[in-house]
Design a protein around this ligand. Sequence first.
Ligand SMILES: Cc1ncc(COP(=O)(O)O)c(C=O)c1O
Length: 365
Amino acid sequence: MKTSSRFDDIAPYEFTESAIILAARLGLKPDQILKLDLNENLFGASPLALQALANLSCAHFYSDADCSELRNALSDFTGAPAETILIGNGADELIDLTANVMLDAGDSVIICPPAFSMYSVCTSLHQGRIIEVPRLSDFQLDMASISTVVEQEHPKMIYITSPNNPDGCLINPKDIDTLLNLPILVVLDEAYIEFSEGGGTFGQQNSRIREVIERKNLAVLRTFSKWAGLAGLRIGYGAFPDWLVPVLWKVKLPYNINAAAEAAALASLRDLDILAERISIIQNERKRMIDALARLPYILPYSSQANFLLCRIIGRSAADLFQILLKKGILIRYFGMPPLTEYIRISIGRPQDNDRLLQALEEEA
Ligand SMILES: Cc1ncc(COP(=O)(O)O)c(C=O)c1O
């Protein structure tokens, strides 16, 4: 027996070790591990979300297949009409679904590295051809090269991220306008928009999600994983143009959202004050960490509008630093491949988490 050969050349996704496995390996307790590698929210889920999980009474029933209550609540939260919104098992599922419904074998997709890895994983899984247009040295999009590729290669879509993972920079809004005038579906991933500044609470004014209804070529992806601290429950959402919505509904598996995730997401949307307060602490900590890290002789932190910082390691090995921190029970993101070989990424945690990381880094200075 043999599986379809179309997966033969696709590298498997590399998972990072969970805190529990890592703790066991290092002989530590799980709560001694400081997990700063995956841009999670160390404040955890909101009090109302935790209460909703503790009181969950409907686990024996299938969840609401069309998630109408959640889509309506998200419409109030984002300003995007409920009929444009689809809920996913994490934004990851929606990245996969867009590739699934958009691509025929050989269709091309623009990805702008450094970028979140799922765009290329899902493009390859659905037999798409990846065209890489690397970001410029300031991590903004290379608009001239993107326009040339669109003109010459007629790609079906482009995945862009604002703020971008791994550098945290917001895309210049004018560049998004220019992209929207090209004949290509723009999938704009706003997984971290709630941490951006200058756009009001939850970065609402920085988001383009309200424009989806008036455009034919814009899809916007969001998630509860980061700002709402629900990464482990796997729940994200997106707003999609009218011609795409019915096809996504056809292809998405029924009951893709479990009842616990739906209840916690709804409760988070009723707990916005405390979640906004936590975001504001993370924003302040982000500034404090940039200043503190910049004082260390071997670290160059980049400015960021997300809940993480990309840092260049100067005059020593990023791989060694990763191992040294790991031995102290601190897990950061080490990329280990060009162009990010000498870079690390750290999540911004609570003040006490950031203090522990700083202390460990200062001991190495
Ligand atoms: C840019 C970006 N998009 C999407 C995701 C995945 O989000 P979710 O947890 O909702 O699948 C991540 C996770 O790190 C991310 O960095």
